[in-house]
Design a protein around this ligand. Structure first.
Ligand code: K1U
Ligand code: ZN
Length: 176
């Protein structure tokens, strides 16, 4: 099992635009496996390659509560299917312990390749629609806090700074 370090807000590397995956080779398959390990360890539901400092168009997701719902999206494209937008309280592994509402279209079509390189097209709603739009934003260098007010963004920066400091202290205590 390999755990990959997750970049934290406001790291400028999170603003890098991800490039298309050209070939699904062994390196990409290992990265997918490592990203799932990292996702489960962090107790998230989705992870974009950008968050682990790999700037390619790759997303892993598992919305199940027993690791039975692995989904891989390579070179994804998203098309909103409705004008209707609904707020959903989002979180982000790159912005730990910050949660806030973001409004997004409630139904989208995803066109992507799966982990084996097979093309698929799927119309999705609910948490999958929210999560894929959040992860697509990561591939485009956008974070959910960008949709919030300037005041909320500075509070988020401060919160992340404190959370990271706390985590470092806990690691030091374990080592000692
Ligand atoms: O991209 C990420 O950092 C992962 C993020 C995905 C996400 C969650 C909720 C709404 C949109 C996108 C997370 O997994 S945050 C942590 C989490 O486990 C979670 C948060 C809310 C609902 C369910 C899970
Ligand atoms: Zn995120």
């Amino acid at each position: 099992m390999a755990l990959l370090p997750i970049l934290s807000y406001p790291d400028p590397k999170l603003r890098t635009i991800a490039q298309p995956v050209k070939e699904i080779n062994e390196d990409i398959k290992t990265l997918i496996k490592d990203m799932f390990d990292t996702l489960y360890d962090a107790k998230g539901i989705g992870l974009a390659a950008s968050q682990v400092d790999r700037h390619i168009q790759l997303i892993v997701m598992d919305l199940s509560d027993d690791k039975s719902g692995q989904r891989v999206f390579i070179n994804p494209k998203i098309t909103p299917l409705v004008e209707d937008k609904k707020p959903y309280e989002e979180g982000c592994l790159s912005v730990p312990e910050v949660y806030d509402e973001v409004e997004r279209p409630t139904k989208v079509r995803i066109d992507a390749l799966d982990g084996e390189g097979h093309a698929f097209s799927e119309e999705v709603e609910g948490l999958l629609a929210v999560c894929i739009q959040h992860e697509m934003d990561h591939l485009n260098g956008v974070l959910f806090v960008d949709y919030l007010s300037g005041l909320k963004q500075s509070r988020a920066r401060e919160k992340v700074r404190k959370v990271l400091k706390q985590r470092e202290k806990q690691l030091e205590a374990v080592k000692a």
